[in-house]
Design a protein around this ligand. Sequence first.
Ligand code: NAD
Length: 492
Amino acid sequence: MIKMPDGKLFIGGEWETGTGEEIVSIFPADGSINCSLYGASKDDGLRAIKLAKSAQSQPSWRSLKPHERARYLYAIADGIEANIDRISQIQTRDTGKTLRETAILASSASGTFRYFGALLESSDDLLTAQRNDSLTMSVHEPLGLVTAITPWNSPIASDAQKVAPALAAGNAVLLKPSSWSPLVSLELARIVESAGLPKGIFSVLPGSGHEIGGLLVDHPDISKVTFTGSTKTGRSLAIKAAKKLMPISLELGGKSPVIVFKDSDIDIAIAGVMFGIFSSTGQSCIAGSRLFVQRDIYNEFVERLVKATKKLKVGSPYNLDTQVSTMIHPQHRDSVAAYVDLARNEGANILCGGESPSGAEYKKGAYYLPTIITEVDNSAQICREEVFGPVLVVMPFDDEADVIEQANENEYGLACGIWTNDFPKAWRVGRAINAGTVWVNTYKQFSISTPFGGEKNSGIGREKGRNGIRAFMSQKSLYFDLTGNSHPWAEI
Ligand code: NAD
């Protein structure tokens, strides 16, 4: 097994023991301890902010030409790529995600830094249409200090999605990962350090959301917060940001509908539905957790779906054939189980799963079986709220209008899947659904060049894509007089 990070924090370019609360990172497949560390205290945070402010204002960072700053992003991308094995092992230990999946996430993080490096080099500022005797232009400048707050489910990917564009924009970044998964972010700090960024430009400060997270939002020197996490936390941060008139972007929860029309290719749809909800053990913001199946094929589809789900391989994240691994933490597994119990008590039909697997290999882990629930109404709590686990509710629908209404009848609006062979119908339904991303005959596909974000309670703002860097910049317009004359209003 690889050596775990030693638990030191990366504060203003130095490795230090934190002076905040103790954090214990566990391997959720068996409860063993990966590493015990001390998170960042308010004092640690204040020092990181001071050093970030000083470093960010130096020409050695702020005034770099785009192609010069891009070199740092490419070096980080190379560093991640050279360490994919180590990063994926750390992330698997920290989160219980399968090694297969964490290797993909690490590789995508490398691609994210490379993409934003290339984008930085190739983005133009604007010479605006001339309407008077001035040369008019609009340029983009760094905001200053950016706080990035990330959740535990895909740390290396969500860290990269925020850190890469924020650094590319010329900011200093203070990254606060979740206390359940601090190790990958600290490993990212090692790579950033090796890439030679000026000291202070990047800090990693795991610790209490309330204490260190609160400071990194409230402090007057923070110019922007980019947050991924629950809607509850996101809303509380948005209120704080509004008080400061500070921009904030929010990638929040979801309860995404997946729609299977009777004209779809059923085998392909079943596999896609299963991947959409049960991969990552359902701990995914975009998990397709509400399935709507057209009534004509409902019984047959559900029967085949349950049969295939029962065959999924549940096991250790280290086994290459594991499809459904442990959850992040026993506490989270219990909260998922409580949702299923609630549905059960309200008369729902649990067609498979609904409990932890039995057997010695699962005993110490936070496992929960892939679960399929029917006989619930779209307004039931299990259909309205994000469970964030391997739990799928299935409901029938009659026609296009019916399913659009049911799919949209939810406070979230993150993603949607549509399975049909009728392209115009996919287009109509896709456009009518309130969601930031719609997949047609596929699900959970990502591309760094394609914007991502939510509607309604799923968030504000978009990450990725060509505007990704601009979201971390402020726009400045300049007018250069072309006449050389004094103004006629005050002729001297
Ligand atoms: P969470 O909201 O509990 O925590 C997220 C982060 O916020 C953590 O780092 C936490 O320490 C920090 N935090 C908590 N309270 C804070 C406060 N008062 N001030 C500042 N920071 C604070 O979420 P979680 O349980 O870690 O993650 C799961 C959630 O994340 C789910 O709702 C999931 O849908 C969402 N998520 C969304 C996306 C997306 O892109 N939309 C992606 C992944 C996860």
